[in-house]
Write a protein that binds this ligand. Structure first.
Ligand SMILES: C[S@@+](CC[C@H](N)C(=O)[O-])C[C@H]1O[C@@H](n2cnc3c(N)ncnc32)[C@H](O)[C@@H]1O
Length: 209
């Protein structure tokens, strides 16, 4: 078990009970995402947490593979799916870095509040590009702390050392969009509810990639 999975296992119950901080922005992101869904779609969500977003999107797609590094998060997500009788989500404990999957197998890949928590976001973005079918989209909401809080790069390692927060990487939204473009996933839609809030991006793999 890694430090990351231990951290998220430890806070999973608390995380499940936390209300969504900004309901209005969350609902808008759900609405925008839904424009990219249809009943033929195979979707992957990584860092799915307790499954709330996957459960919302499940009625609009064929199938979602929803993974999370934390077994505890997946346990909670699975029990919510069972209680709601949702059968087209497969919840699986896995790190996105280790997920074994075929190339070109997903129409939509989603990663919400996760890219800034990865040791190597660029490697994961490259994997996402491989996993997507030509013309497929990557939908992500990401805290880009470099836009407003560059000093966090100094404070965050202290919080992590004390076990209060997970590993967090600091980058700007421009750096994130550049990473996506370099990986062959140029951003076609960018929405930020307000300065300092997470950036919601839709990036598309070329039809002929
Ligand atoms: C901030 S939470 C976000 C959860 C959910 N996406 C949401 O928006 O509420 C980050 C989640 O990512 C998971 N996670 C962290 N690193 C991961 C990795 N390398 N692979 C898969 N999941 C990971 C954590 O266990 C946690 O559930």
């Amino acid at each position: 078990m890694t430090d990351t999975s231990k951290f998220w296992d430890r806070i999973a119950e608390r995380y499940a009970k936390q209300p969504i901080a900004d309901q209005e922005s969350y609902q808008k992101k759900v609405q925008i995402t839904r424009e990219y869904l249809s009943h033929e779609i195979e979707a992957l969500e990584f860092g799915c947490g307790t499954g709330s977003t996957a459960l919302l999107h499940a009625p609009y797609v064929k199938h979602i593979l929803a993974i999370d590094i934390s077994a505890k998060m997946i346990e909670i997500a699975q029990s919510k799916a069972t209680a709601a009788d949702v059968t087209n989500i497969t919840f699986r404990q896995a790190a996105i870095e280790d997920l074994v999957t075929l190339d070109h197998s997903y129409d939509v890949v989603m990663g919400f509040s996760i890219l800034h928590l990865l040791a190597d976001k660029d490697a994961v973005i490259a994997r996402v590009h491989k996993m997507l079918k030509p013309g497929g989209v990557f939908i992500t909401s990401t805290a880009c702390l470099g836009d407003t809080m560059k000093f966090m790069a100094i404070i965050l390692p202290v919080g992590r050392f004390l076990g209060l927060i997970p590993m967090v990487r600091v980058f700007t939204s421009k750096e994130l969009e550049d990473s996506l473009a370099r990986a062959g996933l140029p951003v076609e839609s960018h929405w930020q509810p307000a300065k300092g809030k997470a950036v919601f991006l839709i990036a598309r793999k070329a039809v002929q990639a």
